[in-house]
Ligand binder design. Structure first.
Ligand code: TXA
Ligand code: MG
Length: 329
C-alpha cells in the first residue's frame, strides 16, 4: 500500500528525500494533485510516464518556486515576464524556450525546444520544491486519459503502488488545471484553458489572446491537447435539459423546473444520482467541484451523466473544455 501522509514538515522532508533519490511523490497543488519527480533525473521522469501509461511524446510541466529558478533553464520573453509577474505563484503555465545547456531530462520536454513551467501557489507544493532544491516535473496524478485528481484519495485510487508517497493536504481549491500560454511566437496564444481566464491574460498583455485549438498538424506544439481526456467510464451528455432514465445529473444553477423522462422531478433524484456543481451558479465553485463530482457519479449502476449547460465565460471556458473532452466517445 502506498503511504498517504498529512503534509507535516517531517513528511515534506521525507517526500523531498524520495524525490532526490529518484522516486515519485503525489503532490498537492491548488489546481489538481501532481505526480512529482526530479525533472533532471531521466530515470525518475521515466517512472512518471510508466505510472500514468502516458505517451512519451506528451511533455511534462516543470514546477519551480520562482522566476529565478526557472531562468536557470528557460528564456522569458517580455510577455512571459509580464504574465509571471502577475500570475505566479498560481494557475498559469508558460511555454518557454529551453536553454541549450539546461540540465533537464529530455524526456520532460519530449525533445521539444520549449519547456512548460509553472510556479504553484499551494503552500505544500512550495515547501516540497524548496526542500528538494530541484525543479520538479509533475503532470496531473491520474492514469493518462482519466479524470484529474483533486484529493490524495483520488491519487491513491488511480495510481496506488506506482507512487512512493502521497502528501495529503485537502482538496485542490481551483479544481481545474493551469492555463497554458505560449508567448514564444509572434503572437501569444492560449494552448489550454484553465484556472486563469482568457480575459485576465489579455488584460495583462494589453492585446487579444486567442485560444489555439490543436489540430493534427500542430501535434508538436500542443501534444497533450489532441488526446482523449478527462473520461469517466460512463457516457457524459452535455447541455442536458432533462434527465434520462438510468442517468445521473450534474447540475449548475437551479433545477426546480427540470424533469426526469418518464416522470418525476430532477430535484427528487436520489443522492447517488445528483450532484450540484454550484447551486448559485458560481463558476469558480463549479470548477472546484467538477472532477470530484464526475467521479462520484461514475458508478456501474448509472448509465450516463447528464450535465447542464455551463456558461463559457471566465473559468467556464476551462470547465466546458474538460466536459467536452469527457463527452467524446
Ligand atoms: O495545473 C496543472 O497544470 C497540473 C498541476 C499538477 O501543475 N499539471 C498538469 O499537467 O495538468 P499535465 O501533464 O496533465 O498537462 C500538461 C500539459 C499537457 O497537455 C502537455 O502536452 C502540455 O502541458 N505541455 C507540456 N510541455 C509542453 C510544451 N513544451 N509545449 C506545449 N505543450 C506542453
Ligand atoms: Mg493531465
Amino acid at each position: 500500500m502506498v503511504t498517504i501522509s498529512a503534509a507535516h514538515p517531517n513528511a515534506i522532508q521525507d517526500a523531498a528525500a524520495i524525490l532526490r533519490a529518484g522516486g515519485l511523490v503525489g503532490m498537492p497543488t491548488e489546481t489538481v494533485y501532481g505526480l512529482a519527480a526530479n525533472a533532471c533525473d531521466g530515470a525518475a521522469v521515466a517512472k512518471i510516464f510508466a505510472a500514468k501509461a502516458r505517451p512519451h511524446f506528451n511533455p511534462l510541466i516543470v514546477h519551480v518556486n520562482d522566476v529565478a529558478q526557472a531562468r536557470e533553464f528557460a528564456h522569458f520573453t517580455p510577455h512571459d515576464e509580464a504574465l509571471a509577474q502577475r500570475f505566479w505563484p498560481g494557475a498559469l503555465t508558460l511555454i518557454l524556450r529551453r536553454k541549450d545547456k539546461a540540465t533537464l531530462s529530455d524526456l520532460v520536454t519530449a525533445g521539444l525546444p520549449t519547456v512548460a513551467v509553472r510556479v504553484p501557489a499551494h503552500k505544500t507544493a512550495r515547501a516540497l520544491i524548496a526542500a528538494a532544491r530541484i525543479p520538479i516535473a509533475a503532470p496531473s496524478a491520474n492514469p493518462s486519459g482519466r479524470l484529474s485528481p483533486t484529493s490524495a484519495a483520488h491519487v491513491a485510487h488511480g495510481l496506488g503502488d506506482a507512487v512512493d508517497m502521497i502528501l495529503a493536504d485537502g482538496t485542490s481549491a481551483v479544481g481545474v488545471e493551469s492555463t497554458i500560454v505560449d508567448c514564444t511566437g509572434d503572437v501569444p496564444y492560449i494552448l489550454r484553458y484553465g484556472g486563469v481566464t482568457q480575459d485576465e491574460i489579455a488584460e495583462t498583455l494589453g492585446c487579444e489572446v486567442a485560444f489555439h485549438r490543436a489540430e493534427d498538424d500542430d501535434a508538436v506544439k500542443s501534444p497533450g491537447q489532441l488526446l482523449k481526456h478527462y473520461a469517466p467510464s460512463i457516457p457524459v451528455r452535455l447541455n442536458a435539459i432533462d434527465v434520462a432514465e438510468g442517468e445521473a445529473l450534474l447540475s449548475f444553477g437551479g433545477i426546480k423546473f427540470m424533469g426526469v423522462r418518464g416522470g418525476g422531478a430532477a430535484a427528487d433524484l436520489p443522492d447517488d444520482r445528483l450532484r450540484h456543481l454550484s447551486k448559485e451558479g458560481d463558476l469558480y465553485e463549479a470548477a472546484a467541484n467538477l472532477f470530484a463530482m464526475l467521479r462520484d457519479l461514475d458508478q456501474p449502476h448509472i448509465t450516463g451523466i447528464a450535465v447542464m449547460n455551463i456558461p463559457a465565460h471566465g473559468i467556464g471556458a476551462a470547465i466546458n473544455d474538460r466536459l467536452r473532452r469527457a463527452a467524446q466517445a
